[in-house]
Design a protein around this ligand. Structure first.
Ligand code: NAP
Length: 351
């Protein structure tokens, strides 16, 4: 059965990615496009500054954008959300009262009863939905995916944590301009420049990662027990967030062993052959000058994390560089993978 999908924030950078990734999706069909009052009532092609290289699908171009009226869910089975965080608290709750919501927005990620899911890492955290249902009484539910810089870090950290243990992580990011949304960073601020501050970003990396890598036994939630130190920078790159990472492990390792641990990593999306799952969640690169956003961000359809420059600094201390596509694995692709996981687990139904 094909489920009917609405996109909240359909005209934005992440909204456009949803449209691109859901075009001809086997399980989900886009039936409603929602955005602010500025866009409501216009054809999608007129309301949107399309920034993707891929063409806007013809059937979407002629659809009318609608305002954020939750009553539209009478004709939908689920929604994806890519709206600004300041309006999400009310808007996402109003939609989740009615249908399942898969959100990119930071607003609910750290709420205790809201799953923050990376399907390769913590698919069992979906069980938090039982607590959410009990406490909020919604007919639908709310599942979130992490911040666009967090996801490129936590995926390589997961096999390292499981195999070697982690004592601390130090990460510096080089984040693309598209991470700030369409109107995001003025060209005069970023051209020829690096901005060593992104509001709220360091805290998100330091806290979301520990929730995702934490353990939930059905009753009790324990966040992962190590410290992350993050420094976040905006750089003059269009798409693709790069991270330079130091990790202090509990156990010692050698570099070949570490590469093997990363290469072999697979999770539930690969076992279930979910449509948006990359075959290899982590692609290990041997060239000394890779990964680079220009060349490597689209590996695995933009869903793989590229990891290179893997080296050992001293006993129990590794360094590596990782790269993720911020609007695919870091946003729309992550939400879609979460919805595919929920579908396979029987949490989504046509109405
Ligand atoms: P964006 O390009 O600025 O798009 C924002 C979208 O929200 C547009 O569709 C906009 O519609 C809509 N919107 C704005 N105000 C609204 C209102 N009052 N009511 C209803 N809709 C409203 O931003 P984005 O980069 O796509 O980000 C969207 C969300 O995803 C944000 O919460 C962001 O933090 C998160 N996120 C972004 C990335 C990324 O890489 N860009 C990654 C992960 C998470 P109009 O066109 O009508 O204004």
């Amino acid at each position: 059965m094909v489920l009917r999908v609405g996109i909240l924030g359909a005209t934005g950078m992440v909204g456009q990615r949803f449209i691109n990734l859901l075009d001809k999706h086997r399980w989900f069909s886009v039936e409603a496009l929602l955005a602010s009052g500025r866009s409501a009532g216009q054809y999608y092609k007129d309301a949107t500054s399309w920034y993707l290289v891929e063409d806007m699908p013809d059937d979407i171009a002629g659809m009318e954008v609608q305002g954020m009226d939750p009553a539209i869910t009478d004709n939908l089975d689920l929604v994806f959300s890519a709206i600004p965080s300041d309006i999400a608290e009310r808007a996402e709750a109003e939609f989740a009262e009615r249908v399942p919501v898969f959100s990119n927005t930071s607003t609910y990620r750290m709420h205790e009863d809201v799953p923050l899911i990376v399907p390769e890492i913590n698919p069992n955290h979906l069980e938090l939905l039982k607590i959410q249902k009990r406490e909020r009484g919604w007919d639908g539910f709310l599942v979130t995916n992490p911040n666009c810089s967090t996801i490129g870090l936590v995926i390589p950290l997961k096999p390292i944590l499981d195999n070697l243990g982690i004592e601390w992580v130090n990460v510096a990011t080089m984040q693309a301009v598209s991470g700030a949304g369409y109107a995001g960073v003025p060209s005069m601020a970023i051209l020829g420049n690096v901005i060593p501050f992104i509001s709220g970003e360091e805290n998100k990396m330091e806290t979301e990662s520990l929730k995702i890598l934490g353990e939930f036994n059905g009753d009790e939630f324990n966040t992962a027990n190590f410290t992350i130190f993050a420094s976040c920078n905006r750089v003059m790159v269009r798409d693709g967030h790069t991270c330079s990472v130091f990790v202090r492990t509990r156990d010692d390792f050698d570099v070949d062993q570490l590469k093997e641990i990363l290469r072999k990593f697979r999770g539930e999306p690969q076992r279930l052959s979910l449509p948006t799952a990359p075959k290899e969640p982590i692609v290990v690169m041997e060239d000394q000058n890779r990964p680079q956003p220009l060349f490597d961000r689209d590996i695995g359809g933009g869903m793989s994390i590229s990891v290179g420059r893997i080296r050992k600094r001293m006993d129990k201390v590794m360094r590596f560089t990782c790269l993720s596509h911020n609007t695919i694995r870091g946003a729309a692709g992550a939400s879609i993978l979460n919805a595919e996981l929920a579908y396979k687990k029987g949490l989504l139904r046509g109405r």
